[in-house]
Design a protein around this ligand. Structure first.
Ligand code: PLP
Length: 457
């Protein structure tokens, strides 16, 4: 092997693969590639000199890798609908398209067409939220953590806030309810015990510890079972009203449509909490609402006006992308059947096991053909709502299990993952749960698996 056998940069540049590409970019990539070959030759690690076509292919791959985004779409085959690491709620193309028509250009984010004067960015969605929840007023912030922070920072600063010990939850990462209360300038008053809190505990906190605000937090990601007692939002709101104390409820996640329509018996709705008498509620827009990341605060209009004036509100305000996507989603939520059809999170929760079985069978049939000899079988799966939304609601689904030959299941999982197909391993097999697979994903899975299969032999 000799340096003179290395491909000539100029003949590489003229390769047909590079037609139409910027000559400067190709030249830079080609030089780096050939320098790499030279280095490997010097160190003795180059087995053979690649052909001109192979070299061109390598340079093209390097150019493509360079141009691709870091944040990329993927196939979620985990069966976890609101996967916190995978961007939570998928938006659905119809919602995205109608919103993109707004945020893609200029829009009336803070502009009143009638007067030509400055308008309020909250105004576009406030009425919709009031209609969907029965609240007097509402506002939007960047996420539910921000909503909880603003609610307490604006309405409970320097005040004693009573909360049940069973609700002092940590929600992933570093979001802990006690810390939020502390940072908001409120004084935390823990009441009851981890498993039991009675209304009399709130009464004692008011009488003996100077509690001025009553806070309830949905225990999103766990459930205390067994010997338990907690105070419902309606009991707490009634007590608050009798004693002239505000009651705030951080619901975390809740529905805007009747969850019975998607076969979920005891899911909470924002409307039920408002009807129960909560003065303010807050929840995430990208959990069971199925929209983009945002936090919604709804309730008494005097409280909401005060929060809109608070300096934190400016720091936490959402932009036009968030607001337009949210408006599209909320509009749909007014028509539950349409919402279930078009909001992916709701469709994925509503789908019947019989339908999932059919989809799993169709997927298995396609996959059997691309990897003959491997075990490909339809199995029942236990899917999850995820996102700390409904830890106690089992979702029975179906999926396809893959047991490869020649490589291990762990290797198969890794290869799929690097091709942006995220699966789970269970009982030594790779599982592709069909609930969270979007239209078009079947073909991507089959094509990718076919490539991995050819490479494994
Ligand atoms: C999910 C959740 C949060 C955090 O909401 P984000 O929108 O992720 O910021 C806060 N509190 C509760 C109770 C939650 O369930």
């Amino acid at each position: 092997m000799h340096f003179s056998e290395l491909p000539n940069i100029n003949s590489l540049l003229e390769h047909k693969l590079f037609y139409g590409l910027s000559a400067e970019r190709v030249k830079r990539a080609a030089r780096a590639y050939v320098q790499g070959l030279r280095d490997s030759m010097l160190s003795g690690s180059l087995g053979a000199i690649p052909s001109l076509d192979e070299c061109a292919q390598h340079v093209l791959s390097a150019l493509e890798a360079d141009a691709s985004l870091s944040l990329r779409g993927l196939v979620n085959a985990t069966g976890v609908v609101l996967h916190t690491n995978l961007g939570r709620a998928p938006l659905g193309m119809e919602i995205y398209a109608s919103a993109a028509g707004v945020f893609g250009g200029y829009c009336n984010l803070e502009y009143d067409f009638n007067t030509g004067q400055r308008g309020s960015r909250h105004s576009h969605i406030e009425k919709l939220i009031c209609e969907l929840t029965g609240a007097q007023a509402a506002m939007i912030v960047n996420n539910n953590s921000a909503a909880a922070m603003l609610m307490l920072g604006a309405m409970a600063e320097n005040k004693g806030v009573a909360i049940s010990r069973g609700e002092l939850v940590e929600i992933g990462g570093s979001f802990r309810v006690p810390e939020i209360i502390e940072h908001s300038g409120a004084r935390l008053i823990e009441i009851g015990s981890t498993n039991k809190t009675h209304l009399s505990d709130y009464a004692k906190a008011v009488k003996n510890k100077g509690a001025e605000v009553l806070l309830k937090v949905h225990a999103s990601n766990y459930e205390i079972v067994g010997f338990t007692k907690s105070v419902s939002i309606s009991e707490l709101a009634k007590f608050g009203a009798e004693n002239d104390l505000p009651v705030f409820y951080n619901m975390g996640s809740c529905f805007l449509i009747d969850p019975q329509l998607i076969g979920i018996r005891d899911g909470e709705t924002a409307r039920s909490a408002i009807e129960a008498g909560a003065d303010l509620i807050c929840f995430s827009a990208d959990k069971l609402i199925g929209s983009t990341q945002a936090g919604i605060i709804a309730g008494r209009s005097d409280y909401i006006s005060e929060m809109k004036q608070h300096p934190l509100a400016r720091a936490l305000r959402p932009d036009k992308v968030t607001l337009s996507v949210l408006e599209s989603t909320l509009k749909l939520s007014l028509y539950p059947e349409e919402a279930i059809r078009q909001i992916p999170v709701l469709s994925m929760l509503a789908v019947r096991p019989a339908e999932l079985l059919k989809r799993a069978q169709a997927l298995a049939k396609g996959l059997e053909q691309v990897c003959p000899g491997w075990i490909v079988e339809v199995r029942e799966t236990l899917d999850e709502t995820g996102g700390g939304s409904m830890p106690n609601v089992p979702l029975h689904g179906f999926g396809v299990i893959l047991e490869p030959v020649g490589i291990s299941s762990a290797e198969l999982e890794e290869k799929l993952r690097k091709e942006r197909i995220v699966t789970r391993i269970n009982g030594g097999a790779v599982i592709i749960a069909v609930r969270t697979i979007l239209p078009g994903d079947d073909e991507i899975i089959a094509d990718t698996l076919s490539r991995i299969f050819s490479g494994s032999k």
